[in-house]
Design a protein around this ligand. Sequence first.
Ligand code: FAD
Length: 293
Amino acid sequence: MRIYSLFEQKRPVFSLEVFPPKQTVNFERVKQTLRELAALRPDYVSVTYGAAGTAAGLTCELAAFLKQELQVEPLAHLTCINSSRRQLDGVLGRMQEAGVENILALRGDRSPEVEPQKDFHHANELMQYIGERYDFSLAGACYPEGHPDSPSAEEDVKTLLYKQQAGAKHLVTQLFFDTDAYFRFVDRALAAGVTLPVQPGVMPIVKLGQIQRTVALSAASLPAAFSKMIARYEQDPDGLYKAGIQYAVSQCLALLAGGAPGVHIYTMNNANVARQVYEGIKGALGRGEDGCV
Ligand code: FAD
């Protein structure tokens, strides 16, 4: 199934992100998480790609497991900055064999320890390369508060046109906590000529450690309500867990009510968190008690 066709149905698209384990010994645990996530009947599940392609095989294997054993459509992430064309051809061949139909084509982060390869500089080049040689449906990343490499949010949004021209069919956002930032971004993108569906990515923050790790890396701004929540539950892990789920639920509801074409939940491989967010938003997704649309 081509994921972009879901957006054409004009109903909210509900999807989840997972990451492969760092070591193959933990593979079974992640598969169990996927079984639990599949019970939420997501429209698709995206599988991240390790920096520099170190775990490309695991991304393919999880995508194949989703597709073949759980009948859930996978969106396989793929980065290009640290890979040659030849290396990527190898990965793309494995993705084809795994039955992957949808790829989130990315540049990847630059690392001071890794000398980038010279074949690809930006995500749109990867999209063009894939589009000319393979039959995958392509998605791209976008940043409601601007990508850190961009001089401004205005300049950043213009580069989304390159992705659109290179064949991307939909966009998934970086995590953010300021819901208004998403709507301002969508307006800017539309004004720049971007007509693709922009699916917001929401990360439930249920542990203090996530703020230091993930949130700091994303450079997302922290609205007053979010900062107050963190300050209030700093010493109360259970309270933070519940408040974090509630914050993510409120964010999803506001996004859907404001016309977002769906929500993509960054699960951090925590099926319980994903399920609780899903329970809070399933009405807004138009799903009944059995999870069916
Ligand atoms: P690009 O689109 O190339 O953009 C990077 C910068 O260059 C931006 O500032 C942009 O404005 C600018 N730019 C874009 N195109 C051009 C152009 N043609 N000419 C000049 N400037 C341009 N990383 C991983 O390693 N693995 C993952 O699985 C992964 N999944 C992600 C999923 C999502 C939804 C998101 C939002 C990010 C993900 N990332 C992942 C992180 C991503 O690799 C980094 O954010 C990376 O720094 C940028 O990737 P990009 O595809 O947006 O790059």
